[in-house]
Write a protein that binds this ligand. Structure first.
Ligand SMILES: Nc1nc2c(ncn2[C@@H]2O[C@H](COP(=O)(O)OP(=O)(O)O[C@H]3O[C@H](CO)[C@@H](O)[C@H](O)[C@@H]3O)[C@@H](O)[C@H]2O)c(=O)[nH]1
Length: 374
């Protein structure tokens, strides 16, 4: 069955949803689907490199209005699609029930939790979900949130985000030293790495406070934070104020990403709930990227993060990462791993193994293909 994927979030824009959709869809037979998405800098070059068709609308975002419905109907008809796949469920998914064809929705997390817990938008989300042919949920957490919003169990396939386990792989000791030198990190010191869009939910303030507390016990420790975002200035100021051992790497190029993870003794992203649980981490692709690189992770307990990190096996999950004492507990968790090389090695190996068996995109794309009947 041919289908049309309609989404606001597609590369070359960076982010978890963008990378997830591309990694899933590029593994499906390219003649079986087309993509309709929004414009972005560098999109023409990116689109030309894809084996499948990508169309972009002229306006900056895809919004649910009758012109969009007509555009999707027209493109689906011209392409010969029998199904439309919509992401996100709201607001864009509101065109679903008005389309000529059946539709599926893709769910990630925050975009289900927030409208699903607010009166008014909950009804709209429930309408979209109940009328969908099928739901593709990027984790058990978003699946449960969708069932809750719809008021019943939906026909769902859970396909967690995954990782390209060839691109993200453990570095040898010489490769790691070279990577650390290239990024200006201490070759012989201890390095904790964080990679993320820098937004408050990702909890880098907690990580900064934690390493600031570790200056005496771990004098050669550096926290390297890769990524950009609206929290950038606040985090830099906090690191300055606390004189914390933090290195901000800014946005790193895609090609450099696996080597950044490879620099780490420990990876961290202490994600936390915000707005009384309205905003939670959907899953956290960065954890499985770190895992594939053989690096143990310290995560915050929020949404689906504990699906991504197996607590005690591939890393540690910090309870109540938004609590006042979280920096002290995070420092303890970091020290537990940094002070025990055997534990790090064991968890790093288990993480790599789990990435290969549970989160390899080749395995996950097959599950997606079965759900979409391609
Ligand atoms: N090249 C590059 N990539 C980056 C950078 N910063 C972040 N990324 C990439 O952006 C992605 C971040 O993904 P997530 O950790 O999953 O976070 P998100 O952007 O908030 O994604 C949302 O959707 C995901 C998919 O369902 C969810 O997993 C996630 O929890 C969240 O809801 C990862 O692939 C990460 O490598 C950077 O500076 N450079």
């Amino acid at each position: 069955m041919k289908h049309l994927l309609v989404t606001n979030d597609f590369p070359p824009k960076i982010g978890g949803i963008q990378s997830l959709l591309w990694e899933w869809w590029r593994r499906l037979p390219p003649e079986q689907f087309a993509v309709l998405t929004s414009p972005y800098d560098g999109a023409a070059e990116f689109d030309a490199e894809q084996a499948f068709r990508v169309d972009r609308v002229p306006e900056p975002v895809l919004l649910p209005h009758p012109i969009m419905t007509k555009r999707v109907n027209d493109m689906a008809k011209e392409f010969g699609a029998e199904l439309v796949v919509l992401d996100p469920a709201v607001p864009l998914g509101l065109i679903g029930p008005t389309l000529d064809l059946p539709y599926d929705v893709v769910l990630h997390g925050a975009e289900v939790t927030v409208p699903g817990r607010l009166p008014g938008s909950k009804q709209a989300l429930a309408w979209v979900l109940r009328n969908a042919r099928h739901v593709i949920a990027a984790g058990e957490y978003s699946s449960a949130e969708a069932d809750r919003a719809a008021g019943r169990a939906l026909p769902t396939t859970v396909v967690p985000p995954g990782v390209d386990t060839e691109r993200f792989r453990p570095l040898t000791a010489p490769e790691r030293s070279a990577a650390r030198a290239d990024f200006g990190l201490p070759v012989d010191g201890q390095v904790i790495v964080g990679v993320s869009r820098l937004v408050p939910r990702k909890g880098f303030d907690t990580a900064i406070r934690a390493v600031a507390r570790m200056r005496e016990s771990h004098p050669d420790l550096v926290l390297a934070i890769a990524g950009k975002g609206r929290d950038d200035d606040r985090l830099r100021k906090l690191a300055d104020e606390l004189d914390a051992p933090v290195r901000f790497l800014g946005r790193v190029a895609n090609d450099d990403l696996p080597r950044i993870y490879g620099c780490a003794d420990v990876f961290t992203m202490l994600c936390r709930n915000r707005w009384g649980g309205l905003e939670q981490e959907g899953f956290g692709i960065v954890f499985v990227e770190a895992a594939a690189c053989g690096v143990p992770q310290v995560a915050g307990q929020s949404g689906g993060a504990a699906e991504a990190v197996a607590d005690g096996e591939t890393g540690l999950v910090l309870d109540e990462p938004g609590a006042d004492d979280a920096p002290a507990r995070a420092a303890e968790a970091f020290a537990t791993l940094l002070d025990d090389e055997a534990l790090r090695t064991r968890m790093g190996a288990a993480a790599r193994e789990r990435a290969l068996t549970d989160f390899s995109y080749d395995v996950l794309a097959a599950r997606l293909g079965a759900a979409l009947d391609v």
